[in-house]
Design a binder for this molecule. Sequence first.
Ligand code: SAM
Length: 371
Amino acid sequence: MNTPTNTASNLNSSTITQRSRAGLDALAAMLKYSSTSLRSVAREDFLATEQGAQLAREHEDGATGAEEVAARVDSAIKVASALPVHRMERFVQRYVAEEMMSRNVVSVEEMRDFHVMQDAAPVEGAGGTLELDGDAPLPAYYEGVHYHLSPHGAEDYDLGAKGGGIGRVFRYGGFAAVPPSSNIGSQRIDVVRQFRQADLGRILEIGCGGVFTLMAIHRVFPEAELIGCDLNGQTLAEGFRIAERMGMKVTLRQRDARDTGEAAGSIDGVFSYALHHEAPVEVNREMFREVFRVLRSGGEIVISDPPPFRGVDIFDAVLLEWDNDHREEPYFRETCLANWEDELRAIGFVDVEGYALGDHGYPWVTRAVKP
Ligand SMILES: C[S@@+](CC[C@H](N)C(=O)[O-])C[C@H]1O[C@@H](n2cnc3c(N)ncnc32)[C@H](O)[C@@H]1O
């Protein structure tokens, strides 16, 4: 397999006008200011209150059951909501989240002709396969949700997968579960390295979106056969074009992760990145059962998703919970209260572990083996 010689961000960078780039960069700077200067004052203010300090101690030492954790987080939200700097920090977060989506649409529309022409241009491909199924109904939990305040939902904007400008805003971290100064590109690679075996032959990424995470998998496992599935046909098609241009051979299928179409026992490793918080807990259970079915004996699953509330301090839990109602992540709260380790054990996985690679519980990894 060829080694990619270009990066997806390089391929995207020439498709934004200078004016749009400057506007998106200004939002990136606001996000950085909010998540560093403002947030550290908000955290100090929270801990300076009697109740905030007590909740912080209880969260560190206390019970980790979902009900107790939920009650503690709710109390902490009340304390934080009364603090002016915290409110201002959240206001900036919301403003940036909304504004970057709108500005990104403008930046894409400014280059519409270019995008349409580029998508139609013949590519000397890498020999991969794209299987779209536009007729498949979207699951009820997913349809109509405008994740991350995306103004176009899952599929109803023809250039909805052109997200190069959004990456500019996210590049310093400081949003959702991602702490400031995080590099979500190199962290994907760090998380892929959590597979215990170095010689996985067939790797499936469930909920792959496009190919950014498959690129990280390819970096760590250059010889592996790569398969990705997702519900969103647009991001798959865009990812496929990028993969083909980069010389990275992939098979991408528009399939629900609960029904991947892979034969039982045919996969050596399953990876998921930022998938599970976008679905209800019960849907995640079904995904894990499907993963168990397709893995061979001895095969592994590695998951990276926002940390559970029990895996971060109480103030970080308040910040995580905020995404549920304020950045259209309707399953964030229930999945941050869930325990993927217990869920995987219940299905039959062994050697189950959950841990953080860096500060603030991020990136959070859950890994397990099929016996
Ligand atoms: C935040 S994105 C992450 C995409 C990708 N893993 C990455 O690292 O860039 C979450 C993805 O999960 C997909 N998704 C949600 N529910 C799914 C399901 N039941 N089956 C397959 N994909 C799903 C969404 O369409 C979306 O592309």
